[in-house]
Design a protein around this ligand. Structure first.
Ligand SMILES: [Zn+2]
Ligand SMILES: [Zn+2]
Ligand SMILES: [Zn+2]
Length: 344
């Protein structure tokens, strides 16, 4: 028995599928829905048992109208049992509708549709906070580690924007195998996550690096969280053409510092797409500013991990990763990135 964990190649964004050995899947975030649909069709999946939306940003969550259209179409040929929608999604939409009903007519219809599904018991809605209704199916269990309910409420009441800080952090376990999906967690959320979690909740085989390889100002907090997780493999969902400078070389440096005894187990990291740091020297990057590559270029492409309940796992990728990176001058995943002197 194996469970697949699939990071779809959707650029600087997330769309993750967890597929145990039955006909149901769990989906985490929904960027580029057509790519997800194609994957589900190829695998003949008809049952989505749960969808988690980690936070309201467009690279993780389509508009509410697009989400409802997707669900509507899906329900014509399959099931969807539970939807985990962050509080801010519903609240922000409702606020807009109240402010101008004519302007936000399609949004109002989308909200009504969600309420109908709830009423007819077609879809169950659950809170996007720690301790909320875990997913349990055979050997697979998924729980929300972060944010805590009161931290999230406090944040929503006092901080404008910064939704990354209350990103949903998921712990996916399959027997002895564990993956931590860190969404876009950053800022105060990094410390909060370490503090609210028990050490054994954080320890994992695989980690999805937060925020597509951004390196936060409080980098030590990120390092501290990654040390607690102490994963064997780090996955980066990054888009070549992003203009944020992701993956930030500083982060690559943290990941490639394997000799550092802070990361005892980490011996590999993979990116869905090539990064500017993999094809440009330090000097060239400095001249580029934050611009990305001109064209999207695959690195590992679709990243699929086959996990066994024993805790053993292997990595298979859609592209020929080795031949792809042989064309790069400074492949970070081979430790050949040119750091030069990184200025903070
Ligand atoms: Zn985000
Ligand atoms: Zn993001
Ligand atoms: Zn690579």
């Amino acid at each position: 028995m194996t469970c697949e964990l699939v990071f779809l190649p959707v650029g600087n964004a997330d769309s993750i599928v967890i597929s145990p050995n039955d006909d149901s899947v769990v989906v985490v975030d929904l960027h580029k829905i057509p790519i997800l649909l194609k994957w589900l069709q190829t695998k003949k999946v008809t049952n989505i048992s749960r969808i988690y939306i980690t936070h309201e940003h467009r690279d993780h969550f389509p508009s509410l109208e697009d989400l409802v259209t997707f669900l509507d179409n899906w329900l014509k040929r399959g099931n969807i049992s539970t939807l985990c929608l962050p509080h801010e999604v519903y609240k922000d939409a409702k606020k807009k509708v109240i402010s101008d009903r004519a302007k936000y007519k399609s949004l109002e219809d989308a909200l009504l549709r969600l309420r109908q599904w709830e009423k007819k018991n077609m879809i169950k809605f659950i809170e996007a906070t720690r301790g909320s209704n875990p997913y349990l199916q055979g050997a697979l269990s998924i729980s929300i580690l972060h944010p805590g309910l009161l931290y999230a409420q406090d944040h929503l009441a006092t901080v404008k924007g910064k939704d990354n800080e209350i990103s949903v952090v998921l712990r996916v376990s399959y027997g002895n195998f564990v993956a931590l999906l860190l969404a876009d967690i950053e800022g105060t959320g990094l410390k909060e996550c370490v503090e609210i979690c028990q050490p054994d909740e954080l320890s994992a085989n695989i980690v999805k690096i937060p925020h597509h390889g951004a390196y936060p100002k409080n980098g030590d907090d990120l390092k501290h969280l990654l040390e607690k997780i102490d994963a064997e493999l780090a996955v980066l969902s990054v888009g070549s053409t992003n203009t944020y400078g992701h993956v930030v070389p500083e982060l690559f440096k943290v990941l490639s510092n394997q000799k550092d005894d802070e990361f005892k187990k980490l011996d590999n990291f993979v990116c869905t797409e090539a990064t500017r740091a993999c094809v440009n020297s330090n000097k060239e990057r400095a001249a580029m500013g934050k611009s990305g590559l001109e064209k999207a270029q695959k690195c590992a492409g679709e990243i699929t991990i086959n996990a066994e309940t024993s805790g053993k796992w292997d990595l298979k990728t859609e592209t020929e990763h080795e031949s792809v990176i042989s064309e790069f001058k400074y492949p970070a995943c081979k430790g050949k990135i040119d750091f030069g002197s990184i200025s903070k």
